[in-house]
Design a binder for this molecule. Structure first.
Ligand code: SF4
Ligand code: SF4
Length: 343
């Protein structure tokens, strides 16, 4: 909406521009608006994909044409999704797609702060001249200017009561307050208030529902913080090569694996790699691996065993990764060691 305002002007200017025939000025304004929307979409898309792929490399590869196909697909998908949802669909997302409105209506009670119109003060609504004794004419404070409806992004009339489409943006409060100021009436005909307040009753702040929500929320925050501090600072993934096994020049059975080590810490780490699970298991390849802060390191390694030492054609093996400087950091990953059929 901000992009729209800086490129096409306020609501009235936009309506005028839409009605005007196409011209160089109109084309440039529309082009700037859509370009800005797409740019925001692209930043969103890159950020989303950056959660799964190192973002510095992704950004460089993306713009130099070196990124893989999936990166282009997902960045493109999220760019267009943001462009479509935020630029074109807007409040339709809030009304039809977002579960928040449905969810929050379940959580409401008569003491919940909501955007509300005060019908006891506003009705009967109707136009009048400023300064006249409208109360003598049986009118309330609402001058029926419909400003609150015009500014509502979801197009509802808050004077009809609370509706599921209301996203609580408070645009109607500001609009109505400005009308009240012009009419020299007190502000707050539409305000953040509770149903109990509106009906002249007392609003209860501390109530079982609120305490229940607070307990649930605090428990969730507690679990999140615990999970955050207990998370492992190293990620370790092992996948076996598609070739089942091969026999080397010494007659030993070899299996190849691909290791992926993710250093999630802010500093560089050196890890020590070990393999176990079979009596005659030998690990070939680098055993001491240095991974820079925030990097993902991939490396193939080979395990080998004498065929007569294999208990079965499919055996479980275990890779262990230890931090060279910190014994408490150690992760394991299981895989299979495949050998020839044993008769
Ligand atoms: S708070 Fe926003 S969405 Fe709700 S009625 Fe007012 S303007 Fe409309
Ligand atoms: S903006 Fe205020 S005065 Fe105007 S119609 Fe809405 S509630 Fe009534």
């Amino acid at each position: 909406m901000w992009c729209e305002k800086v490129t096409e002007g306020d609501r009235n200017q936009r309506i005028k521009l839409d009605k005007a025939p196409m011209s160089g000025n109109k084309f440039l304004r529309k082009l700037s608006k859509h370009s800005l929307w797409l740019l925001i979409g692209l930043v969103t898309g890159m950020t989303f994909v950056g959660y799964f792929s190192p973002i510095r490399e992704l950004t460089i590869d993306f713009f130099t044409g070196e990124a893989d196909g999936w990166s282009y697909f997902w960045v493109g998908f999220f760019t267009l999704a943001t462009y479509g949802n935020a630029g074109w669909l807007r409040e339709q997302v809030c009304i039809y797609m977002c579960p928040y409105a449905r969810f929050q209506s379940v959580m409401f009670d008569k003491d919940t702060l909501i955007v509300s119109y005060d019908p006891r003060r506003g009705e009967s609504r109707g136009p009048r001249k400023k300064g006249v004794d409208y109360k003598a004419q049986g009118l309330g404070d609402c001058i029926d200017c419909t400003m609150c409806v015009q500014v509502c992004p979801t197009g509802i009339d808050i004077r009809d009561g609370l509706q599921i489409e209301c996203i609580g943006c408070a645009a109607c409060i500001d609009a109505c307050d400005s009308i009240m100021d012009k009419m020299d009436y007190p502000r707050g005909l539409i305000s953040y208030t509770t149903e109990h307040n509106l009906s002249g009753q007392v609003t209860h702040k501390l109530r079982p529902r609120l305490i229940g929500y607070a307990v649930v929320l605090l428990t969730m925050i507690g679990l999140l913080v615990t999970a955050f501090f207990m998370r492992s600072l190293v990620g370790f993934d092992v996948s076996k090569d598609r070739v089942l096994y091969r026999e080397n020049a010494e007659g030993r059975i070899e299996n190849v694996y691909s290791l992926k080590i993710m250093n999630k810490d802010q500093r560089d780490h050196t890890y020590l790699l070990e393999a176990s699970g079979l009596p005659d298991l030998k690990l070939q390849g680098k055993r001491e691996i240095k991974v820079a802060a925030g990097e993902i390191f991939s490396q193939p390694v080979e395990l080998s065993s004498a065929p007569e030492q294999l208990p079965s054609s499919t055996n479980e093996v275990k890779f262990t990764l230890k931090d060279a400087d910190d014994d408490s950091v150690h992760v394991e990953a299981k895989s299979r060691f495949i050998g020839p059929q044993i008769r």
